[in-house]
Write a protein that binds this ligand. Structure first.
Ligand SMILES: NC(=O)c1ccc[n+]([C@@H]2O[C@H](COP(=O)([O-])OP(=O)(O)OC[C@H]3O[C@@H](n4cnc5c(N)ncnc54)[C@H](O)[C@@H]3O)[C@@H](O)[C@H]2O)c1
Length: 439
């Protein structure tokens, strides 16, 4: 990689959120508004609170990421988006019941002015929801051109120099990679023929990527995880990334599993269950949507533990993931893990994890970071799958020749080294000066 020339983040950044009335979206949007008004802290956001070491440890240079890296400023973000319900963003925050009134008061006017655009919806992909505010069109291609028009209109009316589209809409029913997803011509033909293997999320993604606008997939849906979209993203010079925000239980898995492997401790089984009572939980109560989520959650352990390299330790792991819809808990999910591991001479041990987390509180800063990094990637001329942002995803996208990286700390090192490259700084291999002492 030669020297990277970065376009400056001048002017407004339009952020269009698909599923903008949902729990994650409203917590992200309202939270960003609150932070930029000085009403709260952006806790959990690396771009806003994290630092990056530059140069040798002895140089003592640890600037904040947002001071060292030319990211868009929060004041320059203009929000918009789509949903299949018509309420304004303030009403949606009240429906989501994540943020309390005291945190919404100071931004109520701004939220009330924010209305979604009508969405592209097909109930075959989300059985538990009924759309009441949707686009009408002949084919999926026609709907896609309507989404393109929405994006162009929004950009013009809000005077945005750049745009990013992020999916924080519902998890769609499981769709395996089919022939029409493997090549761009076939995919375009399928959209024009209204093929049932074109999900609504693909309609939004195609519209954005065809206009050269970065697309972030916060759900486990197939969407841009296919050769046809990789082809489109290269053709239009567009960064794409996914899948599925890494928030609660999987975040813990990608910390614990690397620890077992680093210590060469064996694993017999990992049972994970969740109770949650928000709309996401209701959607995932449907077996087709759950299957998409399950695939995303299950991929983690095998990739980290590499059972092919360590058959005695990880050759026979029983891994099960369950999600239970339990309304009293609302957005405050509880995730239990029972881990059966073994040590020296095979003696068994157990670890129990009980994470009483808040789903959208963990997801919102991820959405913010991804939006800012996606815009940075575009300004750096990056295109295709952005694997340096795997840190944020349960199921990091990769092409057929690359093995994905799931270990949270390797992902973090990879992301920071990419930022160093972008800045023209040395990447860090953690050897630095100490190696001379040993010689
Ligand atoms: N909350 C988390 O920690 C977390 C973590 C990882 C991934 N996710 C994923 O993020 C997504 C959103 O989660 P949530 O808790 O906000 O769910 P939610 O049900 O509160 O919000 C989803 C929103 O998407 C809208 N929607 C559905 N289909 C749409 C379409 N085709 N076009 C436009 N809008 C559409 C719904 O009306 C709803 O407002 C889900 O896929 C979820 O699995 C959430």
């Amino acid at each position: 990689m030669g020297k990277i020339s970065i376009q400056k983040p001048e002017g407004k950044l339009g952020v269009l959120v698909v599923g903008m009335s949902g729990a994650v979206s409203t917590t992200f949007i309202a939270g960003t508004m609150a932070v930029r008004k000085g009403l709260g802290l952006p806790i959990g956001s690396l771009t806003q609170m994290g630092t990056i070491r530059l140069g040798k440890r002895s140089e003592n240079r640890f600037p904040k990421i947002k001071d060292a890296v030319p990211l868009a400023e929060l004041k320059d973000i203009t929000f918009g988006g789509w949903d299949i319900r018509e309420e304004n963003a303030y009403q949606s925050c009240k429906t989501a019941r994540v943020l309390e009134d005291k945190d919404l008061e100071g931004i109520k006017d701004e939220l009330e002015k924010l209305h979604p655009m009508p969405g592209v919806f097909d109930q075959n992909f989300v059985k538990r929801l009924e759309g009441t505010y949707m686009k009408k069109g002949g084919t999926k291609w026609d709907l896609m051109t309507q989404v393109q028009d929405d994006i162009k209109k929004f950009q013009k009316e809000n005077n945005c120099t750049r745009m990013v589209v992020i999916w924080a809409g519902s998890t769609e029913a499981y769709l395996p990679l089919g022939e029409i997803h493997k090549n761009l011509d076939k995919m375009e033909k399928a959209m024009k023929e209204n093929n049932k293997e074109i999900a609504p999320s693909m309609v939004y993604a195609y519209a954005a990527v065809s206009l050269g606008i970065p697309y972030i997939n916060g759900a486990p849906n197939l969407t841009v995880d296919m050769p046809a979209m990789w082809e489109l993203s290269k053709k239009t010079g567009t960064p794409i990334m996914g899948k599925d925000f890494k928030t609660g239980q999987t975040l813990m898995k990608t910390v614990l599993a690397p620890m077992f492997k680093t210590r060469m401790l064996g694993l017999n089984g990992w049972f994970s269950t969740n109770i949650l009572g928000n709309r996401d939980g209701e959607v995932l109560d449907d077996p087709d949507s759950f299957k998409t989520k399950e695939k995303s959650k299950l991929s983690v352990i095998d990739s980290i533990l590499q059972p092919n390299l360590y058959p005695e330790l990880y050759g026979n792991v029983y891994h099960k993931v369950r999600i239970n819809y339990y309304p009293p808990r609302k957005d405050n999910k509880e995730g239990w893990d029972n881990i059966d591991l073994f040590g020296w001479l095979g003696y068994p041990m157990q670890i129990k994890v009980d994470f009483l987390c808040r789903d959208s509180i963990l997801a919102a800063p991820i959405a913010l970071d991804l939006v800012l990094f996606a815009d940075l990637a575009k300004r750096c001329g990056f295109m295709g799958i952005q694997s340096w942002l795997s840190f944020y995803f349960k199921s990091p996208m990769h092409d057929f020749n690359t093995i994905p990286e799931h270990d949270l700390f390797i992902q973090n090192a990879k992301m920071k080294n990419t930022l160093r490259k972008i800045l023209g700084e040395e990447t860090i291999d953690y050897l630095d000066e100490e190696i001379e002492i040993y010689q």
